[in-house]
Design a protein around this ligand. Structure first.
Ligand SMILES: Cc1ncc(COP(=O)(O)O)c(C=O)c1O
Length: 424
């Protein structure tokens, strides 16, 4: 065997395993109730409609579906995407669109195009682990910005302070990465004011905004807020926002199809990056989803998916209220969309250590520390509410509340009963 370690590139040595993917292996025993993954509810998958759409592809144009396609993406799919976005008030031409192998591919292409080793990306603390992995794999660094206590976006004072300090220290910031709609992991949705303020900040400092919106359509409560991409388009239209979308949370993740909306010049550069990666997105999958989109059923499907997740989210919040110890330092977000909520626990609880106890009690979560790229917080966790059934949510939260109550009781019993001293 060659000495692989000796020949890996600097980029490869910067690649980090996804803690979540590792954790998922641990939680795949059948008796475990897992709130760990980010899986959409399988009962929302329109299996029969998709089977019929696949049949139509094979009946109408099988050889096209089995051939290489263009890197930019299938023209018919782009036409459907333009209609889909138009319903939400987004104006697009095909030159503003790139079809990708779901949004994770775009999350990898963007730092590949923009970052030289040591360059910085502004991102929330915490943020999506797949974006952190991609940035770090190109030797990029992250300038972390905390969220405001109102859970409505970045703490803008900290944004200014940290950016100015970074500039003074000679750090080169290349872009801002945000998930304004029901962020993974926290479930936070940015207010209109904060979106406008972030765009103004990007204009002022001439920065690109990468707006990652996999959960945008998955709003089950409250009012729709324009995307930062839309705010730019309907405002000064400087073309400094790149918006990533995907079918993963509104249809099926297994199709691995997503799209990027951006200024045509940036799309052209992304096309070149994509050529070296996979030549084109799976042609069959593109034509298959196009056939499905032509039925117009996606809008009803999204409505039903949102109804399903509203019930599950409400149930999880209700169960947390019922079973978790009632304390000022034990709180959770109450998202109006998306797939996740975020629990903050007393400072002395280390959820990395507690996961083993939770798994022993047959319940799993994702450790909060996985979503930090610097000085991780250890007293938090992400729970997914889309995948488990209502019954599993009830039972799983009871089990989790028992584990948390025992941690608190052990701490309160004093140093002898304490498993994780304060500050860990
Ligand atoms: C914020 C965020 N971005 C991107 C992705 C990747 O999604 P996909 O590649 O399936 O489109 C995910 C997946 O969970 C996510 O949560």
């Amino acid at each position: 065997m060659p000495n692989f370690e000796a020949i890996y590139s600097k980029n490869a040595n910067n690649m980090r395993k996804s803690v979540i993917r590792e954790l998922l292996k641990l939680t795949q025993q059948p008796e475990i109730i897992s709130f760990a993954g980010g899986l959409p509810a399988p009962e929302t998958f329109p299996v029969e409609d998709l089977r019929q759409a696949a049949d139509r592809v094979f009946t109408k144009n099988p050889t096209k579906a089995l051939q290489y396609g263009t890197t930019e993406g299938d023209a018919d799919l782009k036409a459907e995407l333009i209609k889909f976005e138009e319903r939400q008030g987004v104006r697009l031409g095909p030159e503003n669109l790139l079809v990708v192998s779901a949004s994770q591919q775009a999350l990898d292409m963007i730092p590949k195009l923009l970052l030289d080793p040591g360059d910085y990306v502004i991102a929330g603390r915490p943020t999506y682990v797949g974006a952190i992995q991609a940035i770090q794999s190109y030797q990029g660094r992250i300038l972390g910005i905390p969220f405001s206590p109102e859970n409505d976006g970045f703490d803008l004072v900290e944004l200014d302070k940290r950016f100015e300090r970074a500039k003074r220290d000679g750090k080169k910031v290349k872009y801002i990465y945000v998930i304004p709609d029901f962020q993974n992991p926290s479930g936070i949705c940015w207010s209109l004011e904060k979106r406008k303020a972030l765009l103004a900040f990007a204009y002022k400092h001439d920065l690109l905004v990468v707006e990652d919106s996999p959960y945008r359509e998955v709003r089950f409560l409250g009012e729709h807020v324009p995307s930062i991409y839309q705010l730019d388009q309907h405002g000064e239209n400087r073309g400094c926002v790149v918006n990533l979308k995907t079918f993963s949370k509104i249809l099926v993740p297994g199709a691995r199809v997503g799209w990027v909306m951006a200024h045509p010049d940036f799309i052209a550069k992304l096309v070149i990056a994509k050529q070296a990666m996979d030549l084109c997105t799976n042609v069959f999958a593109q034509m298959w989803l196009t056939e499905y989109l032509k039925t117009g059923k996606i809008h009803e499907l999204i409505g039903k998916t949102c109804d399903n997740y509203r019930v599950k989210r409400n149930h999880m919040v209700e169960m947390l209220e019922k079973h978790m110890p009632k304390r000022f330092d034990l709180t959770w977000t109450k998202p109006e969309g998306g797939l996740f909520l975020w629990i903050s626990l007393p400072k002395y609880i280390d959820t990395d250590a507690m996961i083993h106890k939770a798994v022993a009690e047959k319940v799993a979560y994702v450790v909060g520390s996985a979503f930090y790229f610097d000085e991780p917080e250890h007293n938090c966790m992400r729970l997914n509410f889309s995948y488990a059934s209502k019954e599993q949510i009830e039972e799983g939260i009871k089990r989790l509340a028992k584990v948390v109550s025992e941690e608190i009781a052990a701490h309160e019993a004093g140093p002898r009963g304490q498993t994780h001293p304060e500050g860990m």
